[in-house]
Design a protein around this ligand. Sequence first.
Ligand code: NCD
Length: 400
Amino acid sequence: MEFTEYRSLLDRPVAVKNREFAPSGRIRHLIHADQLTPPFIDDLCQAADMVRLLSRQKHSADRLRQLLSHQRAMLYFTQPSTRTFLSFMAACQILGLTCNEVRDPSTSSEVKRESRMDAIRMFSSYFDVIIMRSPLENFAECCSYLMNQLAEQGMRNVPIINAGSGADEHPTQALLDVYTLKRTFDFNDREGTDRRFQELRQQYPELDRGLGGKTYTFCGDIGRGRTVRSLSIVLSQYAPTRMFFVAPEQSALRLDASLKSRLEQSGVSVHEFHSLDDQHEGQPILELTDCLYMTRIQREHDSARDAEEIDNIDLSHFQLTTRRAAMMKQFAPIMHPFPRDSLVNEIPVEIDADPRAMYFRQARNGMWVRAALLTHIFDVGGELLDLWETQPAVWDPVAG
Ligand code: NCD
């Protein structure tokens, strides 16, 4: 592994590392989900709302495109991606950044045995931010250390954004998931009244606005799904929460012990199950669920030994059927980071028309929060706010 020089930096306390990802007090490199604190998320969600609403009218969209028209982004995605890649590209386009991409390392000088670190440093010569997805767990983090080292030496360096690192983390997916949840759990209706919220309250007296006090059910490949890891870490900050993890019994696919203890230490009540039909304290878990987060089985991470075992799993326990969806609360969002597996069908297409199905909205929200993140990283939040205050944008919190 050629980035061994940074390995010793990986095992340090989170607080120490997080300070290095934000050298001047504001986030420069977004590497891990635990950098997404509730106040930071609130700021980004507010910025995402502004970008979303300003984008709807030509004159304000044109002004948005001026915000970062002098910056360039490198999308370095050496692992398959559709949504994350395209929504980052769209986010750049909304703010006027020019983008370029490397998606296949066989077309770069890595085939001439250039080290990955040289490739990254070279990108930083041409671009002003590197947004990267890699099959290697700690690569994005090591790249941020390279950039910080260059900064210390007074050399050119640029921000690094982790757009998915191996089976480890996917912080910007957690950000778009939380933005989607916040919009859902605000229970805003289009008329600007809280009639819908009051009606729901009649049926569910415990219901409150916001992310806290909810039961989040994660289903599928819990062990290797980086979106589950990142989102559960973010949600653990909104105490009190309860989390149900529904996964096959195979150890690679179950909630891993370190994530479990981390969530419990943050005060989350954690429970594990092996079927969506299981019960908790005598009640079906689906009836207790306030948000269902489905995931696909991540076969690309199979070891030769896992593969055969996983082939033999009865996946019907981890599929959302219309019968199961009917058991869920009327308001409970059905989420999925996508792609869904068209052979396994963890969410059948009949559910797409259900008003609780959020997955296409999640993808669209990804574009707004990623643009918001770029305004933060390039420190143009003030300019965005000025634009918001001087433009007569139509405030409609519900529309996409
Ligand atoms: C996820 C990923 O790449 O981790 N997809 C995404 O970014 N929306 C989930 C997955 O691939 O299953």
